[in-house]
Design a protein around this ligand. Structure first.
Ligand code: HDL
Ligand code: ZN
Length: 413
């Protein structure tokens, strides 16, 4: 029987050493020039930190957007790191990254940090970060309507296998009929009122892009008031095109529910907020589409318990991640405990949502530390029943959480 100390060490070692599949990021392979964000200025101008900075300077918002990225980073650094202690999760993350690169936090010298990052080759930096965060691969967010990115796919640019694709559908499902125009311009015979050959043509669009990207899953973020069934275009496109496509191609559908877009438009990417969504919608989708796999995350803390209960009812529902405003220690602990208690090991505890390459280092080290804490509580309670635990068994459990559950749900052998 392991002592408590031995048990804690076995769990910590298993989690720290387990390779990670990062189920959702906004990163890009360096093969897509200009799209991969990396280095100290991109870290400091992460939209989480922009929002935190502009709380102190709301009057500077419009001026802020006219600044260069470097000048924006200067203001963030001065406001959040020099004039105040960087206690927020996003601030602490920057410091975790600098420390992982061996940089001196004592000097607080942004110029010195810039000099260090300027010397990093993108491919080498990918190798360093993936090794430090022990990543098998990350899943990108790939939008076929994004003018710069789509050209790289149409040109057939080779993609590093450590960067897997996800076909993102927000413009299609959330901005119809505006998007109908983009599809028509690409040669797809669609009608704004979804008449005629629209369903068949949207399906052809998906087929064309699935061939180019070979996505692991299709994905869309949705507002709190998302309903299904729904006679409006989103509901019809889901019913007539997306769900049949996912079923036919065996591709899971990732639903990310609860985003209130641009509650403060002046903050741009930092202007989105959160709203409690309708779990009935999730239940309807799962019960009416038993052959479709729903990879699902919700943004409101208030939706987390009912999502876990819904997952107990549907094997085709896989909850994942502590998304965005939930990706903080207090909520990661709460949500992961809840999932372990009600779902055992049948969930995907975390994704990074990283937008900047180096963030992978902090997002995974912070989350792994918290998951170690929660797993230690759970295994300690289990050991107290007299159940015999082994290092091999714990290692297998941890592998399920950090990559095997995801790969099995995605149908990856
Ligand atoms: O829709 C999404 O994928 C969200 O993650 C947004 O990109 C959001 O801006 C974000 O970066 N959250 O972490
Ligand atoms: Zn995201």
């Amino acid at each position: 029987m392991m002592t408590q100390n031995q048990l804690q060490e076995v769990i910590a070692q298993a989690v720290r050493s387990v390779p990670v599949v990062d189920a959702h990021t906004h990163l890009f392979t360096p093969a897509f020039p200009g799209l991969l964000l990396r280095g100290i200025d991109d870290l400091l101008t992460y939209h989480y930190l922009v929002a935190e900075t502009l709380r102190y300077h709301p009057e500077k918002t419009e001026e802020f957007w006219r600044l260069s990225v470097q000048k924006q980073a200067d203001l963030v650094w001065q406001t959040l790191f020099i004039e105040r202690s960087p206690v927020s999760e996003a601030c602490r993350g920057v410091l975790t990254v600098l420390r992982a690169y061996g940089l001196d936090l004592g000097c607080r010298d942004l110029t010195a940090y810039r000099r260090f990052f300027a010397g990093l080759d993108p491919e080498a930096q990918v190798d360093i970060v993936f090794k430090e965060a022990n990543l098998k691969y990350v899943v990108m967010t790939n939008d076929p309507f994004e003018p710069v990115e789509k050209v790289y796919w149409q040109q057939g640019v080779g993609v590093d296998p450590r960067f897997r694709a996800a076909l993102r559908l927000d413009p299609l499902l959330n901005r119809w009929p505006e998007t109908a125009g983009s599809l028509e311009a690409e040669g797809y015979e669609v009608q704004a009122d979804l008449s005629g050959q629209t369903s068949a043509e949207v399906r052809r669009f998906l087929t064309d892009w699935a061939k180019r990207m070979n996505p692991l899953y299709l994905a869309v973020s949705l507002p709190p008031d998302f309903i299904y069934p729904d006679p409006a275009p989103r509901g019809r496109l889901l019913k007539e095109v997306i769900l049949p496509f996912c079923q036919e191609h065996g591709k899971p559908l990732a639903l990310m529910i609860g985003v209130k877009k641009l509650v403060n438009p002046s903050l741009r990417l930092a202007g989105d907020s959160v709203g409690k969504a309708l779990i009935n919608t999730v239940e309807s989708l799962c019960v009416e589409n038993p052959e479709v796999k729903f990879f699902l995350t919700m943004l409101a803390r208030e939706n987390q318990h009912e999502l876990v209960v819904a997952a107990r009812k549907f094997g085709n529902l896989m909850p994942f991640g502590c998304w965005w405003f939930l990706n903080n220690p207090s909520l990661i602990r709460e949500i992961t405990r809840m999932r372990l208690e009600l779902l055992g090991l049948s969930f995907v505890p975390q994704h990074s949502d990283a937008r900047v390459l180096d963030q992978l280092i902090y997002k995974w080290s912070h989350s792994k530390q918290l998951i170690i804490e929660v797993l230690t509580e759970a295994y300690t309670a289990l050991a107290e029943t007299g159940w015999k635990l082994s290092a091999a068994g714990i290692k297998q459990d941890v592998e399920r959480l950090f990559f095997r559950n995801f790969e099995e749900f995605m149908g990856i052998e």
